[in-house]
Structures are given as C-alpha cells and as structure tokens.
Design a protein around this ligand. Sequence first.
Ligand SMILES: CC(C)(COP(=O)(O)OP(=O)(O)OC[C@H]1O[C@@H](n2cnc3c(N)ncnc32)[C@H](O)[C@@H]1OP(=O)(O)O)[C@@H](O)C(=O)NCCC(=O)NCCS
Length: 184
Amino acid sequence: MIIDTPRLLLRPFQPGDAADVFEYLHEPAMNCFACMKLDTLEDAREEMARRAGETEYYFAIVLKETGKVIGEIEGCPEPGDPQNPYPAGDTFRPCWMLNLQYQGCGYAYEAAHAFLDYLFREKNARRIYAYTEEYNVRCQSLCEKLGMRREGLFKEFISFVKNPDGTPLYENTCQYAILKKEWK
Ligand SMILES: CC(C)(COP(=O)(O)OP(=O)(O)OC[C@H]1O[C@@H](n2cnc3c(N)ncnc32)[C@H](O)[C@@H]1OP(=O)(O)O)[C@@H](O)C(=O)NCCC(=O)NCCS
C-alpha cells in the first residue's frame, strides 16, 4: 500500500531506509520511543528487515522531492476488549514521529491527515485515539489540527524510563480522539 500526498509518500519500509531511520531513531525524541532506540546502523538494518513485512499499517514518511525517509507513522487495529465488547478491528491508536530536521514544515500534519483518512475510509476505523505526554505540545497541536478532541489527562499514567535513582519515571498522558462520523 502506498499513500500519496502533495509532498509525501507513505510506503512500507525497505532495506535501503536503514540510514535515514538510524538518523532519527539513534536518539529517540520522546521517552515513549525509548524502547525503539537504535544503537548502530546494523541494528537499523535488522529493524528494516523486521518491518519489511508490514505493508498495511506501518509506513515510512518519504519526502517526494528527495526520496529521503523523514519519519514514520503506524497504527494497527486494536483487538476487541473482552470486558467492554466492541468489534475487534475498528479502533486504532496511531503513532507518528519525524526527524527533527524536518519538523515545523507541516509534513507531520500532511502524513497524519492522509493516514487517518486511509484508516477511516479503507480500514473500517470507527474511533481513532492518540496518547501524548503532557509536555509534548507539538504533538497536542498536531492532534488538534487533525480535529481530534482532548478527552482527558491521566496523571502518572505510564513509565518508559527510570529516574537517576532507578525508580520508574511516571509521566502524565493526554488522550485525544476522533470518530469516523466526526471526520471531514
Ligand atoms: C509531533 C510531531 C510529529 C509534530 O511535527 P510538526 O512538524 O511540529 O507538525 P506539523 O506537521 O503539524 O507542522 C506544524 C508546523 O509546521 C509549520 N508549517 C510550515 N510550513 C507548513 C505547511 N506548508 N503546512 C502546514 N504547516 C506548515 C506550521 O506553522 C507549524 O509550525 P509551528 O508549530 O511553529 O506553528 C513532531 O514534533 C515529532 O516527531 N515529535 C517527536 C515524536 C513525537 O512526539 N511523536 C508523538 C508521540 S506521542
């Protein structure tokens, strides 16, 4: 699957993307991506091999003008919830990330808008929600530009990294969401 926007292509990852991905995942920008950190270019090559089979829900964000991979966007359908049943496959929680050098140009909005449109129109999405750290104002601004509603703030919701003394560093998390019937 390839999603085409005016300035970008969203396409599955390829082996040749390793160097571009290493550029932004060598030092992940947010704690929530700490587990995705790539220490070496060889790790990046192995990661590209792992991603290569994912063709529907995990995309490289490619700048058409140069062919460079400037970030990534992904979001698989969630399994149904046995406690509070809703059909499996109609709820998605996308994540997005851009190389710092390419932020502030509207590329994240262009990619995320196209991806949400794809999930709503072609992948049967009913509800799409996103989590973001309370201090991640760029991501919150992006969610709001996409028309997502701020649904809540979960205090000390999750820990991705440790404090210097080894205890978990808990973060406050905002939840944003949008329904298919709200998508224009
Ligand atoms: C969150 C993230 C993807 C947002 O990226 P971004 O580039 O700020 O987002 P947008 O695409 O919406 O770009 C908005 C900026 O581009 C500017 N811009 C420039 N040209 C533009 C154009 N042609 N169209 C639209 N906006 C444009 C806007 O004015 C805006 O700038 P401002 O924030 O200074 O007002 C990015 O900060 C990121 O990758 N962060 C690290 C990973 C992360 O936090 N992921 C989410 C985890 S929860």
